[in-house]
Design a protein around this ligand. Sequence first.
Ligand code: NIG
Ligand code: FE
Length: 392
Amino acid sequence: MSTTLVTNIGELVTNDPARNGGGAALRGEERIALLRDAALVIDGEHIAWVGAASDAPDADRCLDMEGATVIPAFVDSHNHLVFDGDRSAEFAARMTGEAYDGGGIANTVRPTRQASDERLRELVAARVEQARAQGTGLVEIKSGYGLSVDDEARALRIAGEFTDEVTYLGAHVVPSDTDRREYVDLVTGAMLEACAPLARWIDVFCEPHSAHAFDGDETREILGAGVAAGLMPRLHAGQLGEGPGVQLAVEFDAASVDHCTFLSTEDVAALAGSSTVATLLPGVEFSTRQPFPSGRDLLDAGVEVALATDCNPGTCFSNSMPFMIALAVREMGMTPAEALWAATAGGAAALRRGDVGVIRVGARADLAMLDAPSYLHIAYRPGVPIVSSLAA
Ligand code: NIG
Ligand code: FE
């Protein structure tokens, strides 16, 4: 295997707090552990060396970064990429005051079921490529627009062609032509049997404030069945109002509870005492005109926070992690360092992965570069394409 020396890095964000003599207790810039005038060596798919450019060892080839910034590639831990159809009119209606309630999901299920495998594969490939071009190294992909045994299994199979982080979301909404009880039986029965071998995770849209989604009892039943079938739990919760989802996520030791737009004081306390990550999705608040939750309050309470795009046709059709960082800094009280950590190491924690979101020896060589002198420019220059994946 050949080695590559990436050198003359003006600012290297390692996300390796051990470099600053600390672990989880470190915050802000100390936690992202910057190195200046740095270099690293890549051996195949992994990082083999990290340090000062002046100490760098020899390698088979050399890539001169000319003072640019290098960061761990973004880990986008929440996506719904397997879909066809267009719902831009719903977005336009929301911008003039219409509320989001999950009812529009049916408008994606129809065209998605009708699309050929090849068409869906092409759509997902284009979306993954777009994310990669903006610095994303790993995406999680959910099903949830099939809602029948065959259509859910097909979505997971296609998702699995692009990532190992595949999530079974048969419990996205109850299809309009189906009895609620019968659908929960299907999601925990024949559909689970077909889907469990194709996924790593199970997710539920737990939202008592939506007539289409699932309440606490249903969520408990579905997550329980999924775990019994060997899947690991994660949850959509607190999107439209406070509810039982956060407590359930903690009870199930879910890797992540996502949205958290509405949280009670008890929810924050439960998260703080758990290993469940709170994944914030600021693109959803942007695209639905919901209030932004406070990342600041969660961080101050000691909760591990991740940022993800939730790229989907309904509540956020953006797969731009730099945009999410900018929103988190502007609207959620997070510092640029906290937002960058959340979009990289936070996403890795939300997927219980130790090999991504960090630049240290042994980690995957998933890197992004900034055409800028500092990581601060991600939030400072929103909408400007300064971030890209680093193919070494
Ligand atoms: O994460 N809330 C549930 N699911 C998606 C939206 C799905 C849709 O509207 O198509 C979300 O926001
Ligand atoms: Fe989602």
